[in-house]
Design a protein around this ligand. Structure first.
Ligand code: MSP
Length: 529
């Protein structure tokens, strides 16, 4: 697909590559565990955008349910006031701090969501998927989920995710016939191996469904902060049933069929591993029940750990993203989390490893390469880029790097994708050191060699700016401008990953300007915050 105008040859909107994050509970402020999934989603969509695809990136907030109601009460506000306050003062600023370029932000208290949620419930009801019954069981308010007695930590019947005592709930509710979907779900997992990723998550889901499914309570009647059940206003829709639908309501289901056709099914739902069952079991069963297409992939990422445990606000271990971005900048933040952790596995953040990667990989390897090259072209060639010349040692490696990085980033193996790109950065640094352009510059007879080295280094940086732009958009835009590439190649956003490995795209005479330092040195004496 070429850089797209979003319309196919028949004039219908081309389906976008549609990526979602979980919608976040607004009972509390965000920490880097929440931001982790959002950074991954943002990089994934920017990567596909850089491939010339039409993309759509959705994130948002989950605003109903008992947990939010209790937080609002504790803060002396109405639930709606509390949600408005948290979205504006905490959640949207977090997105700005990590430089997320989401195309939409859905709030579950918006009418464009609540109306269609009621319609969806009616569809399930009309299709005979809902019945009235009673359920008694242990409930964790922090998870907003009934637990299976066998899952609880002992002593004291504690939630395995939050390590807090569960509450016994007994309710007359409406139920969704989830148990009827066991075979269809298992068939879907079997026929679509990419549906749940990574493999460890897939195996867990298959085992869980094989062990049998219970019907799911889809309403609550003990409080009223939620979407009211359309045929019985004494009940509100269970917050998870309401929340999962954000992926279709934001895409226009129930309000804008054309928009919906251009977005659904989602290509990737990114979720934390603790909410995998909701997305890989309950959600597809709900979609099947309503006769809608299933998302292509549910990818479960691991947790950020502190002292071996899931980072959490409840346990006062949550670090706000801004504490890190204020110190290192958003580009380094985005790079660090994707390079340091293996997506899909648990991992830890530390100030030391963040500072170490910043200094050695970003400031020394990448940033220095850019400033070395741009200042040499200024000094030796008056800022005018020499003519393209072949450099097989770099060109072949670059082509392979682009293919490998594209393959890994599309597979959401961000760590390997970035490792491949930074292997190339180191190769080019070695090439510059070995070619010693500062020596060549002293010998007029070697002018052609100097031209070749300068061009090859600039051309490598041109490709690096394209490959790293989805991860570090601010620095790459600056690098692009300082390479003088704008005029020759058009705006950065138009540069496709697939073309990044073509040698000779930078044109002779491009005006190269010494770049401002991309990653300033960290003050030595400043202690980690
Ligand atoms: N509101 C639900 C999701 C509904 S999606 C239809 C919810 N919200 S949450 O705010 O509690 O969590 C949102 C996401 O943040 C989850 O994917 C969760 O895994 C993730 N994380 C919360 N703490 C985390 C870490 N310490 N590490 C990584 N991700 C973690 O669940």
């Amino acid at each position: 697909m070429a850089e797209s105008d979003g319309v196919d040859s028949a004039g219908a909107p081309e389906k976008a590559f549609y990526v979602t994050t979980p919608i976040y509970y607004v009972n509390d402020a965000p920490h880097i565990g929440h931001a982790y999934t959002t950074v991954a989603g943002d990089v994934l969509t920017r990567w596909h955008r850089q491939r010339g695809e039409r993309v759509h990136f959705l994130t948002g907030t989950d605003e109903h349910g008992e947990k939010i109601l209790r937080a609002a009460e504790a803060n002396g506000m109405t639930p709606q006031q509390w949600c408005d306050h948290m979205v504006e003062s905490a959640w949207k600023p977090m997105l700005a701090a990590i430089d997320a370029a989401n195309d939409d932000f859905i709030r579950t208290t918006e009418l464009r969501h609540t109306g269609p949620v009621q319609q969806f419930l009616r569809v399930l009801h009309d299709r005979g998927e809902v019945y009235e019954g009673t359920y008694t069981g242990p409930y964790c308010v922090a998870c907003e989920e009934f637990k299976l007695p066998g899952e609880l930590l002992q002593p004291g019947d504690r939630c395995p995710v939050h390590d807090r005592p569960v509450e016994q709930l007994s309710e007359e509710n409406y139920f969704f016939r989830l148990s009827a979907y066991q075979d269809r779900l298992l068939a879907h997992y079997r026929d679509h191996p990419q549906f749940v990723q990574p493999d460890s998550a897939r195996n867990e889901v298959v085992r869980f469904v094989e062990s049998g499914l219970q019907d799911l309570s889809l309403s609550r009647s003990t409080f009223d902060w939620g979407v009211s059940v359309p045929w019985d206003s004494s009940h509100v829709v269970y917050v998870w049933i309401d929340a999962l639908q954000n992926y279709i309501t934001a895409a226009g289901w129930g309000s804008d069929p054309q928009r919906f056709a251009g977005l659904w099914p989602a290509d990737v739902h990114l979720v934390g591993k603790d909410i995998l069952r909701f997305h890989a079991v309950i959600w597809p069963a709900m979609l099947m029940a309503a006769g809608l297409a299933l998302p292509t992939t549910v990818f479960a990422n691991g947790w950020l750990l502190v002292g071996g445990e899931k980072m959490s606000k409840t346990k006062l271990t949550g670090i706000p993203p801004q504490r890190i971005t204020d110190h290192f900048g958003s580009d380094a933040y985005r790079y660090y989390f994707l390079r340091e952790l293996s997506f899909g596995q648990d991992g830890s953040f530390s100030w030391e490893s963040m500072a170490q990667r910043y200094t050695s990989e970003l400031a020394n390897d990448f940033g220095n390469l850019a400033s070395r090259l741009t200042s040499m072209v200024e000094r030796y060639r008056d800022g005018s880029l020499p003519a393209p010349a072949p450099e097989p040692a770099l060109a072949g490696a670059l082509e392979k790097t682009v293919l490998l990085a594209d393959d890994r980033m599309c597979a959401m193996d961000f760590q390997a994708g970035l490792a491949a790109v930074f292997d190339y950065v180191r190769l080019v640094n070695g090439y510059v050191t070995d070619s010693a352009p500062w020596v060549l510059a002293k010998d007029p007879a070697r002018a052609a060699d100097l031209d070749r080295v300068l061009y090859a280094t600039a051309e490598s940086l041109r490709a690096l700016a394209v490959l790293l732009n989805p991860v570090m958009p601010k620095s790459c835009a600056r690098l692009w401008t300082s390479l003088g590439a704008e005029a020759a190649l058009g705006p950065l956003a138009a540069q496709r990953v697939q073309d990044a490995g073509r040698w000779g795209l930078l044109q002779a005479g491009s005006q190269v300007r010494k770049s401002e330092v991309l990653f300033p040195r960290l003050p030595d004496d400043e202690p980690a915050p």
